[in-house]
Ligand binder design. Sequence first.
Ligand code: GDP
Ligand code: CA
Length: 332
Amino acid sequence: MDSITVLSGGVGGARFLQGLLHGIAHGRLPGVSPDATVTVVANTADDLWLHGLKVCPDLDTVMYTLGGGIDAERGWGRQDETWSAKDELAAYGVEPTWFGLGDRDLATHLVRTQMLDAGYPLSAVTEALCRRWQPGVRLLPMTDDRVETHIAIADVDSPSGRRVVHFQEYWVRLRAAVPADAVIVVGLETCSPAPGVLDAVTGADLVLLPPSNPVVSVGTILGVPGVRDALRATSAPVVGLSPIVGGTHVHGMAHQMLTSIGVEVSAGAVGRHYGARTSADGVLDGWLVDERDADQVAGVREAGLACAAAPLIMSDLDATAAMAAAAIGLVT
Ligand code: GDP
Ligand code: CA
C-alpha cells in the first residue's frame, strides 16, 4: 500500500497520525510501504471567526502536531506560547474572552485571514501554511466552504427553553458540562468537498478513521456531500479505531456528543453507528476496539464488520503505531 487517507479531527486525530507516520517510517504496518504517503482530510466544522480572524482549530492541531510546533501538554496551540494579545483584548472588554488565542498562534490566523481576504480558498491557504510546517502529510480541509457546528443547550431564560451556541463556546467556555440537546452543523448539506478530498478517498489504497470524535469530527466529514458515497465506493479497505474505551471517551467529549445523537456510548455502538459497507449506508470494513471492550467484538462482527480488540491508548509513538498496525491487520 502506497497511499493512505485519514479522516481526522484535532487532538485525537493528530496523535494517531503521529503514530501512523512513525509506523510507516519504521516498516511496522502490514502491507504498507515505508514510502507510503498520507493524505489527511480534516474537519473544519469547529472553525470560527474571532476578532475578525478565521481560526481553524483542527487543521492547526494537525499541522502543529505533525510539524513539531504543538504544545504537547495542552494538545493544542503553540509551544512556548504567550497570551499578551488575549490579555489586551480582554482589557478592552472585547468578547469573547474565553477562547485561547495565543500570540504565536495569532500569526497563523493573521496569515490565513489575509489570504482568504485576497481570494484564496482555505485549501490553498492550508497548503501555504504547511509549506512552513512540513507536516509530512498532505493536509486538506474537508471543504473550502463555511461550515460551523452549533450545539443546542437548555436555557430557562429563553422563550423556546433552549439556546444555540457555537461548538467552541460549548466546548471551551461551557466545558461541555451541560447536556447537548442537538448538534446542528450549519452549512454542511450545501457545502462542497474541497479539491482533492473525494479523490483522496477513492484513489487511496487504505482509508483510516482514527479515534476522533465520531459526531463533531468524523461525523461532520462524513456529512460533506459526496464523502460517504466515496467511502462506500472506494476499492480501498476502510477501517476505524474506537475513541470510546471502556465505555467512555479517553479525552474530550465524545460521550456528550454521542448521547445527543442517540447513540449508546460504547465502542461497539460507535462501530455499528458508522456501519458496515455491506449495509445500506455504512462506511467501514473493519473496526478496532480496546481490549477492555473485547466483549463487544461479537456484536460488531454480527453487524458485518471485521473486528478485534487491542490496546487503544495512544500513550506514545510505539503504542500508537501498534494500534495502526492492528487496525490495518484487520482488513488486509
Ligand atoms: P478534537 O477535534 O481535538 O476533539 O480531537 P478528535 O476529534 O480528533 O479526537 C477526540 C477523541 O479522541 C475523543 O473522543 C477521545 O475519546 C479520543 N481519544 C483521545 N485520546 C485517545 C486515546 O489515547 N485512545 C483512544 N482510543 N481514543 C482517544
Ligand atoms: Ca475538533
